[in-house]
Write a protein that binds this ligand. Structure first.
Ligand code: ADP
Ligand code: MG
Length: 264
């Protein structure tokens, strides 16, 4: 588990009354979320519950209608998306889209260039770029991709591409990593690999993730928040949330039995 008792009250991210309306339709409704430092926190809920919209509000990809967002106790509600990223809130699979025609190593170097504010200087001399190689290789090692370093990214299997995206996100040195459905569209083996990887990179970091696969959620999330119709329905560890009648109702329209822990 990500956090010890000493950190139980150390809140890295908090939302107060966070609300998003799209022309009168309330997609996110008065959400009060508290993410503890060091935890893997999962946001789950049926399709259309407002999970992705929530992420878009947190990264300020979308402006909120009302409510506030606090990061490390500071009100960041009015920050621009770039300021959010600079504070250390980094969303994977969005900012860090990888370039398919470049090698795996080159993609991580671009992530490092970004982190240092060098931006996209593809034309920089190879000699200067090569200085980033040791750091890039260390990141590849963290996601078990070192032997693919010189492979063209397009040739990687799907799960490995996601691992690469995580490496390029780590290059930004995120304090809070947001992952929107990291195992979506993956086969069984890739799901296991990426789940293990998230758990591993979650050590010493905070991760907020949207995830549909209950097997993944039950095995790595410290805390789960269930959204339904834009509002928080339940919150707690998997053992509690999965037995909550309101949660079962929202998911399956039934109150018999707990949510399936494996391969949902
Ligand atoms: N840009 C938008 N304009 C209007 N409605 C939207 C927009 N984005 C999302 N919605 C609606 O808000 C609700 C929540 O969507 P979303 O956050 O994508 O749900 P989830 O990620 O939980 O499946 C859905 O009913 C969706 O149709
Ligand atoms: Mg979504």
């Amino acid at each position: 588990m990500g956090s010890g008792a000493a950190f139980m009250d150390d809140i890295i991210l908090e939302t107060r009354g966070l609300t998003k309306e799209f022309r009168g339709f309330v997609a996110v409704n008065n959400v009060n979320l508290k993410v503890r430092r060091g935890q893997i926190h999962a946001l789950i809920g049926p399709n259309g519950a407002g999970k992705t919209t929530c992420f878009n509000l947190l990264t300020h990809f979308l402006p909120s209608t009302s409510g506030s967002i606090l990061f490390n106790g500071q009100d960041i509600t009015r920050d621009k998306p770039a300021q959010i990223a600079r504070r250390g809130i980094v969303r994977s699979f969005q900012i860090s889209a990888v370039f398919p025609h470049l090698s795996v190593l080159e993609n991580v170097r671009i992530g490092l260039q970004r982190a240092t504010g060098m931006s996209f200087h593809f034309w920089r001399s190879e000699k200067i770029l090569n200085r980033l190689n040791p750091q890039a290789l260390a990141l590849l090692e963290q996601v078990d991709l070192q032997r693919f370093a010189n492979e063209i990214t397009a040739n990687l299997p799907y799960g490995r591409k996601r691992a690469l995206e995580i490496a390029t996100t780590l290059a930004m040195e995120p304090e809070l990593m947001l992952l929107d459905e990291p195992t979506q569209g993956m086969g069984h083996e890739d799901v296991e690999r990426v789940t293990a990887l998230i758990k591993q990179v979650g050590a010493g970091r905070t991760i907020l993730m949207v995830e549909h696969n209950m097997g993944v959620v039950s095995s790595i999330a410290d805390t789960i928040t269930v959204l339904a119709r834009g509002a928080v329905l339940a919150e707690g560890p998997y053992s509690t949330v999965s037995r909550d009648p309101a949660v079962m109702q929202a998911y399956m329209g039934t109150t018999d039995g707990a949510l399936q822990g494996a391969h949902a």
